[in-house]
Design a protein around this ligand. Structure first.
Ligand SMILES: O=C1NC(=O)NC(C(=O)O)N1
Length: 312
């Protein structure tokens, strides 16, 4: 009998699947639909301190090979999502939840962490250091010094379980540098990867880009990015202290992709583009496909194959 339970930090989940922040998680209605689905848990849309409209539309497009987005951090503000997770955590049927924050400055990130610290939130907080879509704002985690300073300050004021959402890295030296920084902190986990930033989809018939913000430049998701996501999961698994768990995000369309993320070293696996395309029922399909694959391969638990990708 296949057992899909997974643990992350001091939390246990019935299965390793959840949404990627930003997909199907803007409103309490969407979040409730995730709770009602076969997902193991959920993460809220990255919050700023106050409500934020985000970039002009069209700002998200599904594509044959994935998706492109430049949402620009639209969200209802931190209090809206904090109220949601605090309200849900009293229900024993609800798994530990993830709350995502993405300030437009280190000061805003610290202000939000301080607000969360004051509450009795008992889930996990995700510090998004990798949004590629706020015009004029670089992805923090591509600046190693800024990341180190951010984490120094964050851990000086925040003592609840904390993870960071990272952009994709493409150079092995960057994995070495980033892992050395991350290993200095008592992180509960890292979440890798965010969308592959600033891709440009062009429709040849109309000779036009797909989304309005930033002249069409946007973060790529879906099948386009699976090999990059698997590389980031595996590179960090090979380099990070074992106490730092890894959430694998990027390119999951089916149970085999979930299996590959876990083989690369992921403890949990997030789904973005395919959730946007199929809705929360995707988690029913993915858990069934993962179960079928594990049965075929005679694995009983995720630990039987986690991180055990073979080399040639
Ligand atoms: O971190 C983010 N990644 C994305 O791909 N898009 C959103 C956004 O633009 O809000 N944020």
């Amino acid at each position: 009998m296949v057992n899909l339970t997974t643990s992350l930090h001091n939390y246990t989940f019935q299965n390793p699947l959840m949404n990627a922040s930003g997909v199907h998680c803007y409103t309490t209605e969407q979040l409730d639909e995730l709770l009602a689905s076969d997902a193991g848990t959920l993460v809220t849309k990255s919050a700023t301190t106050e409500y934020r409209q985000g970039n002009p539309e069209p700002r998200y497009r599904n594509l044959a090979l994935g998706s492109i987005n430049s949402m620009g951090l639209p969200n209802e503000g931190l209090k809206y999502y904090l109220d949601y997770v605090l309200g849900k955590q009293t229900d024993a049927q609800v798994p530990p939840l993830f709350l995502s924050v993405a300030g437009l400055s280190m000061a805003e990130d610290l202000e939000m962490l301080a607000q969360i610290e004051k509450t009795d939130f008992n889930g996990l907080t995700e510090l998004n250091l990798s949004c590629p879509n706020v015009p004029g704002k670089p992805q923090v985690a591509y600046d190693f010094e800024a990341t180190e300073k951010m984490l120094d300050e964050a851990f000086s004021i925040f003592h609840k379980p904390l993870g960071v959402k990272l952009p994709p890295y493409f150079d092995l030296a960057q994995f070495d540098i980033m892992a050395n920084i991350l290993n200095k902190y008592p992180l509960a986990y890292i979440n890798t990867i965010n969308s592959v930033g600033n891709g440009l989809y062009i429709d040849v018939d109309s000779e036009t880009v797909a989304i309005k913000p930033k002249g069409g430049f946007g973060g790529l998701g879906g099948a386009y990015i699976l090999p990059t996501a698997l590389a980031n999961v595996h590179a960090f698994r090979q380099r990070l202290n074992p106490e730092i768990a890894i959430i694998g995000t990027g390119g999951v369309q089916n149970g085999a992709d979930v299996f590959a993320h876990i083989l690369a070293g992921a403890d949990m696996v997030q789904v973005g583009t395919q959730l946007a395309k199929d809705g929360p029922a995707v988690f029913t399909r993915l858990t069934q496909e993962l179960t079928n694959l594990m049965t075929e391969k005679n694995y009983q638990t995720l630990a039987d194959f986690r991180g055990k990708v073979k080399t040639l």
